[in-house]
Design a protein around this ligand. Sequence first.
Ligand code: SF4
Length: 469
Amino acid sequence: MDTDSISVFAERKGQILVAGSGQETISCDKQSLSGAVSQRACVFCGARVVLYPIADALHLVHGPIGCAAYTWDIRGALSSGPELHRMSFSTDMREREVIFGAEKKLEQSLRELIEKYQPKGAFVYSTCVAGVIGDDIEAVCKRVEKDVGIPVIAVQSEGFKGNKRAGYSAACKAIDRLVGTGDTTGIGPLSINILGDFNLAGEIWLIRQYYEKMGLQVVANITGDGRIDDIRKSHGAKLNVVQCSGATMELAKYMKEKHDVPFLRVSYFGIEDMAESLYAVARHFQDVDWQVMERARKIVADELLTLVPEMKALKKRLQGKTAAIYVGGAFKAFSLIKAFRHLGMKVTLVGSQTGTEEDYREIQQVCDPGTVIVDDANPLELGAFLRDNDVDILVGGVKERPIAYKLGLGFCDHNHERKLALEGFLGMRNFAKEVAATVESPIWRLVPRRIGRTTAGTAHSTEVVGKES
Ligand code: SF4
């Protein structure tokens, strides 16, 4: 794809590359360019979305009400029990506190909320204003913790102090405060923690089922459907299985250093990556129980028996269509590129908000020559790339959806708020069906730039969509 026709700020040129063009490195993992209107969220939001699914914790946002409203219930992270995480508490800082300090209000709010809701732990998020006026959140948390007998943890997530990745780091530091404080009695030699899954649409339940069928004990979900007490004893598990490169990798590294828990990086999206996740974990425990691998193979074989024929049928319909991917963490993009390949589709644009140099190197290796790779894009750039390339579907999150729809493109939500499980073998089936239904929708033929471009492919699709509905 040619990017010369697209107008990009001079300072951002290094953050875009075309695979196979000879340019090897991409500039990334840095502050967004002022005025470029990045798609990224702030540090506070990064921390909030990682900790949010811990369902029996109190989450108190220390700042003006906007920060809490902006992140209220934005993840479709389900809980099998308590749902305290879905409440968005805020100290609602006003002008008076901004001038005279808000520590008193914070302490009062914390004590009142803990007494009322009896949580197992509390997270107090620092926002921009709390950072600027210099409230000592750490001191307040320590004081309250001493009296109430539950962990009360300050999350140093002032919005201005970096990008969303710094928020992940703040969240990992907060969780690290809990790890190692619980009793590990009863944790066996075949035990794991699941890191980096947020239980969107119940996905962690699906993944837990696979591991449990393999004979493994899941000690803690970190953080989807998470519980404070499970996290406190998670250092007793024998392996951390970490999904996604960004959100919880730092925690896995802390746990390796402090508690000698090794970790594996996996992805639950797509057929190969899901299967390889199970095999990798099985290989880790092979010396303890050789049958773990047998059980993993059986799970994969049983699932593929029905999934492969369905995928073949969908591939016939989607062959030759094109897709663009713009996601938060780059790790998800690897699996998505492979998933689209299974559907016979070509990925022409891949981007992420928080990818690292290593992530982008790996993306270059898995994508086709000519694919545009972009770091920390903005709506205008994305819109220009998509329009120039006339892709059939964009995969992204809540902020990318309007870009796609304004351009008259299909869109697949692969982020926080979705209601459809996309992980695991079931997730691949759901993803493929959603892509087919979206790409083949007859509505796209009415988009002005596509009027008159009906093809045999679209005529066939219309029929199928009609049948399904
Ligand atoms: S922390 Fe700062 S950047 Fe983030 S929502 Fe609050 S005010 Fe905005």
